[in-house]
Design a protein around this ligand. Sequence first.
Ligand code: LLP
Length: 435
Amino acid sequence: MNHFSTQAPQVEAATLPGQPFVAYREGSLHLEKVALSALAQQHGTPLFVYSKAAMLSALAAYQRGFAGRDAQICYAMKANSSLGVLQVFAQAGCGFDIVSGGELERVLAAGGKAEKIIFSGVGKTRAEMRQALAAGIGCFNVESEAELDVLSDIALAMALQAPVSIRVNPNVDPKTHPYISTGLKGNKFGVAHEDALRIYRHAASLKGLQVVGIDCHIGSQITETTPYLDAMDRVLDLVASIEAAGIALAHIDFGGGLGINYNNDTPPEADALWRQLLAKLDARGHSGKKLMIEPGRSLVGNAGVCLTEVLYLKPGEQKNFCIIDAAMNDLPRPAMYQAFHAIVPVVPGSQAPAASYDVVGPVCESGDWIGRDRQLAVSAGDVLAVLSAGAYCMSMASNYNTRGRAAEVLVDGGQAHLIRRRESAADQMRHEQLV
Ligand code: LLP
């Protein structure tokens, strides 16, 4: 089989690129001090495993960047909303960026503080607004003029004022996948730069609102610094005109979006990025402003792996298939965005001949692939690790083909804690009934 390109990195080194907490030790893959083969055996596969140290180390890069500043890091929990993961960030003092009433309930259940929650999203329902106002969240990131009016009415009916920031669309190209770029004119998110001042005036006139900030979010998996610097310039231009109109802004929220290393990607480190952004902020006279950010992927993406067993090897006429027990319902990113995740053996050194495989799941769709043209030496029964699976995998998992969602384990040093048990068919049918 030599008619396929082999884009997968060969894994011989002890530590894997971009994943300092994932390493081969004594011939098998470990996350922190825990052998992944043992976890696969104990809990079965597919299994997501996360490293607490990796999450805290990613968080520390932002904390270093903001040392000595008035800044609040709000973990964008859509990246991974499992309670055990939220608890790590809540205990580390983070706030949270939420996009639904369900996410609000999760944060509160995990011990997060309401006043450190910001609520983003273009389609907040009235019920969600009431729920968030009653909980006392820190800020609504409002995405349209119509939403401002509704939020003001609802707050007034509750005899409250809703703290608001308006998401402005800086129209900067983040140079990422079109599905995950969000700050361009054609996107549904935020309000246009040209309309922002007028909309801020309108917000300031509404009795049920208290204007507290401004925010933007230009996209996800951003690996360059320039789009951030450009977006900051655009936002600071607006801050100047809004404040000149007599509307004070207590904070600036620069959203999330910093990328991770999936496949030789080289995003800036969070602290290095923020050194540059803070220098610009200071140069433009805003050093006293409170800063907020909403990172998701960069806090959890490289903290997680998905363990999966090889079910069958199937030589084909044009391709070899390596059929695994994880599928697009567990790991939707390849099917949705043609995303690359490295796939490596948990115990390398198989005697099986290396060949090029399409690594595919059991779901009945041709789009159900996890990796294409991967050079692997594997046999049925081997366990593979899909890397960089901490963000936008479990949180996007579905029950398609009535597949139960995977179990999840949080590793902390030498300890492994089950944070979600495997979903059963009974769990899935719980809310259904025969007529
Ligand atoms: N803030 C807002 C308003 C967002 O919409 C997002 C992500 C974030 C923060 C966090 O962005 P991050 O730091 O994670 O890049 N499912 C896609 C990614 C969708 C991102 C949606 N918004 C993927 O798997 O690549």
